[in-house]
Design a protein around this ligand. Structure first.
Ligand code: BES
Ligand code: MN
Ligand code: ZN
Length: 515
């Protein structure tokens, strides 16, 4: 995306001008350079056709030479406007603009209290989110008659002009928009991989994408374990889940050392089930096709690591993503099986559909080898996450208040709503097994999102850790005004923001403290 900051003295020329409108008792004020459209707005206001209430959207053709269309978008009252609502309202406007046969648009930057850097970033990400399309698998019509005609114009918005950014804020806007442009390809890759079918987005596909990133991004290193190495490292959970699949599993390790290695890294862990049929405990067929998105935790880790390294953040971070399919076959793992994770703990499998926690057991065990200062995992772990918060927020479970607060703060910055659930002792008891160390299903106990987390906690403790169950927020089953159905970019920007909170703590220091 090309961004322009409009110089006030120049006349504004655009195919479409987005004008955010607050709900108030006065007609909206416009910057001087769009004075020509003011009479229309005043008239609509007087006639009470325009009120500025949240969700309002009005597209008007004009007869003006420089501004071809007007798109009025209601923001509600300034007093109650949250950053998230503002970002989504702008997104809704960009999505509408994107449906028109135009390649450029302009937007009047609303005067809100949000600091200019955050506002620029919200705007930029809203635009990329709204204008994303997934057309990879649409075959272009190439019949004889068409090829002779001129190629249909490409109706994609490639340039956006921001109107009304004060001179003293322009530098900050520019810098933030540059950051957005670095982030944007990783946000759309995230959605592409989630939307791609499982016959193409395989563990080996994710591994090769990660390797490509290591080639193109300085200081990002990637190591991939194949099936044999997974077995050799004692990753019995990942190996066990992968047994039924013909597609081979991969364990992907991404490292970025933006500081000296003596400083403890953060470890990010992501669930990478490229297709979750449930395995022998097979899922109902009705919505099974959606389970191609069960790798979005892993994708978020790969994409966030890529972004962090591209942004050259002065931090140390490691990404770990166990990747496999979960499908039934004569060789598949079975209910009743007992698997041994990398840390030696045994897991009784009561339901092969609770596979996410089983593969994560090895990644969390492996995390200990880095002596990290915090572990954050992202996983489309439980359907129960959708019961708790629907698609509207992400349940978080943590064993450490400081890490939980850090992740929450990052969520506030990225407008991701995170909601912490408790990890009471009873939940930890519930995952204990009669015949093994833990069991992967706690049928009838309830609180599925928390018992899932309690299982993970068994492997990550005593490390400070937060778990985000993105089952509801990584994938939308119906469109939002600001983005299409399917994979979202949940987690990518969030993990970048978490990484920004990394602090230099020497590995040695804590070792000494423990003694
Ligand atoms: N990937 C699913 C969780 C899921 C379900 C995400 C629906 C999004 C929508 C996970 O592997 C799973 O199947 N979890 C089970 C766990 C249960 C068997 C303990 C679930 O939530 O039903
Ligand atoms: Mn499952
Ligand atoms: Zn799953």
């Amino acid at each position: 995306m090309q961004w322009f900051l409009h110089a006030p003295k120049q006349p504004l020329t655009t195919s479409l001008l987005i004008v955010p409108v607050f709900q108030s008792d006065r007609a909206p004020k416009l910057p001087k350079e769009c004075a020509t459209v003011a009479p229309v707005l005043e008239m609509l206001w007087r006639r009470k056709e325009l009120s500025g209430k949240q969700g309002e959207m009005m597209l008007l053709p004009t007869s003006l030479e420089h501004i071809h269309r007007l798109l009025l978008v209601g923001l509600g009252a300034l007093k109650t406007l949250t950053d998230r609502d503002l970002q989504n309202a702008l997104g809704a406007a960009f999505k509408t603009a994107g449906s028109k046969p135009i390649n450029d648009c302009a937007v009047v930057v609303p005067s809100v209290r949000t600091n200019p850097g955050a506002l620029a970033s919200m705007l930029g990400i809203a635009a990329h989110r709204a204008l994303y399309h997934f057309k990879k698998y649409k075959t272009e019509k190439k019949d004889a008659t068409q090829s002779k005609q001129k190629k249909e114009p490409d109706h994609v918005i490639t340039s956006i002009t921001l109107v009304g950014v004060e001179a003293r804020k322009q530098k900050i806007f520019q810098r933030e928009l540059e950051t957005v442009e670095i982030l944007a390809p990783f946000l759309s890759a995230q959605r592409d991989w989630g939307n791609m079918p499982a016959n193409e987005c395989t563990p080996e596909f994710l591994a090769s994408r990660a390797m490509d990133r290591a080639k193109s991004i300085k200081n990002l290193s990637v190591t991939v374990f194949d099936k044999e190495q997974i077995k050799k490292h004692g990753m019995g959970g990942l190996y066990g889940v992968s047994r039924g699949a013909t597609e081979h599993p991969r364990f992907i390790i991404l490292e970025y050392w933006g500081r000296a290695k003596q400083y403890k890294p953060f470890v990010f862990v992501g669930k990478g089930i490229t297709f979750d049929s449930g395995g022998i405990s097979i899922k109902p067929s009705e919505k099974m096709h959606e389970m191609k998105f069960d790798m979005l935790g892993a994708a978020a880790v790969i994409n966030a690591m890529s972004a962090i390294a591209s942004l050259k953040l002065p931090v140390n971070v490691v990404g770990l993503t166990p990747c496999t399919e979960n499908v039934p076959s004569g060789e598949a793992y079975k209910p009743g099986d007992i698997l041994r994770a990398m840390n030696g703990s045994t897991m009784e499998i009561l339901n092969t559909d609770a596979e996410g926690r089983v593969i994560l057991s090895d990644a969390l065990s492996f995390a200990h080898s880095y002596a990290p200062s915090a572990v954050v995992d992202l996983a489309t772990l439980t359907g129960a996450a959708l019961v708790v918060l629907g698609h509207e927020g992400t349940p978080m479970v943590s064993n450490n208040d400081a890490v939980a607060a850090m992740v929450e703060k990052a969520g506030q910055r990225t407008n991701d709503r995170l909601w912490r659930l408790p990890l009471w002792q009873e939940f930890k008891e519930a995952v204990k097994s009669e015949i093994a160390d833990v069991r992967n299903s706690t049928d009838g106990f309830g609180g599925g999102t928390i018992t899932g987390a309690a299982f993970l906690e068994h492997f990550v403790r005593p490390l400070p850790w937060a778990h985000l169950d993105i089952a509801g927020t990584a994938w939308y089953t119906s469109p939002k005004p600001w983005m299409i159905t399917g994979a979202t970019d949940m987690g990518v920007q969030l993990l970048v923001e978490v990484a920004k909170q990394w602090k230099a703590v020497k590995k040695q220091e804590t070792v000494n403290k423990k003694q």
